[in-house]
Design a protein. Structure first.
Length: 204
């Protein structure tokens, strides 16, 4: 894996995209990260060039850290592809469909095991997605089959416009205190940006 970007470089990229969005240079939804740079850099220390990374519609940091060139990524975002960034040559897939990448990640991990290959799968999801039936089934299947995969649950307590714990009537999430080789769970505050957009220009 090439040298990772710095925390400051990650933040600067999202700020640049936010500025483009506010100037109406992006005519499609965007979902920006902020506040989890240290978490991302820690996680990507364990992700190799040959590993697969799967994400939701919020995937700018993952693309950059997986090695996608900055300008290539920016051009795709400007073209309206922020919520479905996929780069097969860098082994990264993202999807705007809630839970959409989880079964795909599970299938890739199963294929890796069946072929006795050495690479792994890293699948990112949000806190609301982690409480879905699809997430529970994929996580349990991978655990029972001992597949080479790690699920990363990113809890910003935001979901779309709902609060995950209130929605499900939970004081804590199912995997909130889970520590094992299949799950990484972390919380972060992303108050700088809303769920979608940059907080200034009205979408649609």
């Amino acid at each position: 894996m090439k040298k990772l970007l710095t925390k400051e470089e990650l933040i600067a990229f999202e700020e640049e995209i936010a500025d483009c969005f506010n100037k109406a240079m992006i005519r499609a939804p965007i979902h920006l990260y902020n506040g989890n740079e240290d978490n991302m850099l820690e996680i990507f220390q364990y992700i190799n060039e040959d590993d697969w990374v799967l994400c939701s519609w919020r995937s700018h940091y993952q693309c950059l850290l997986k090695g996608v060139p900055r300008e290539r990524l920016k051009n795709d975002i400007l073209a309206g592809r922020s919520i479905s960034l996929c780069y097969k040559d860098y082994k990264i897939i993202s999807s705007a469909i809630v839970t959409g990448v989880l079964p795909i990640a599970t299938g890739i991990a199963l294929d890796i095991k069946n072929k006795n290959e050495s690479n792994k799968v890293f699948c990112f999801m949000g806190d609301m997605t982690s409480e879905s039936g699809v997430a529970h089934e994929c996580i349990k299947y991978c655990f029972n089959k001992k597949l080479p995969i790690r699920f990363i649950i990113e809890d910003n307590s935001k979901s779309v416009c709902t609060i995950t714990r209130e929605t499900w009537g939970l004081s804590k999430l199912t995997y909130e205190e889970t520590i094992n080789e299949y799950i990484t769970f972390y919380k972060y505050d992303t108050s700088k940006y809303p769920h979608a957009g940059s907080g200034k220009r009205i979408q649609f």
